[in-house]
Design a protein around this ligand. Sequence first.
Ligand code: NAG
Ligand code: NAG
Ligand code: NAG
Length: 150
Amino acid sequence: MAFSKNNHFKFVLLIFLYSLKKSSSFGNHSSIDGLLLFAPKHVTIFNTLATRAKLVVHCMNKKKDLGIKELPIGASFDFRFRVNFRKTITYNCSFEWPEREETFDIFRADRDDNETSPYGVCRECIWYIFESAPCRGKRDGGRSICFSWD
Ligand SMILES: *[C@@H]1O[C@H](CO)[C@@H](O)[C@H](O)[C@H]1NC(C)=O
Ligand SMILES: *[C@@H]1O[C@H](CO)[C@@H](O)[C@H](O)[C@H]1NC(C)=O
Ligand SMILES: *[C@@H]1O[C@H](CO)[C@@H](O)[C@H](O)[C@H]1NC(C)=O
């Protein structure tokens, strides 16, 4: 009796492991990114101002202030985090350069970690900051998209 119960358990475990392996090798990893819970994200912000001015970036979310970063032309600042369970996480930033100050939500789960968002999912979210617009490129492929300042 105990023997067959044990065998039954092993069988169920095997089926479970098999389906787990199947689902993880299924299709393109990046295409399931937006469906993952706690998806890891890496946001990088580049100073690409045409005037080559220094860019002062200050990003934060509700709980964390990432501090004030001074970026010479071409320099970048990056941070990593995981999307929260409810997918409500947002990082906003202020961008300052001579005579201008703009704000923009550099990461929004509804825009950047959403399969049905017109902008697609980014895991490596690379931002190029121009005077006219912040533009998001993807290290994992796809063309870059420019947004308007807030
Ligand atoms: C997987 O994703 C990469 C990058 O987004 C893309 O270039 C490639 O064509 C995709 N492959 C399949 C099988 O969808
Ligand atoms: C960013 O969000 C925080 C709270 O999450 C808020 O206090 C702050 O004013 C916002 N900053 C900008 C530049 O919108
Ligand atoms: C995903 O994007 C679509 C289209 O912009 C939007 O309607 C939907 O509310 C977003 N979903 C989430 C979970 O934010």
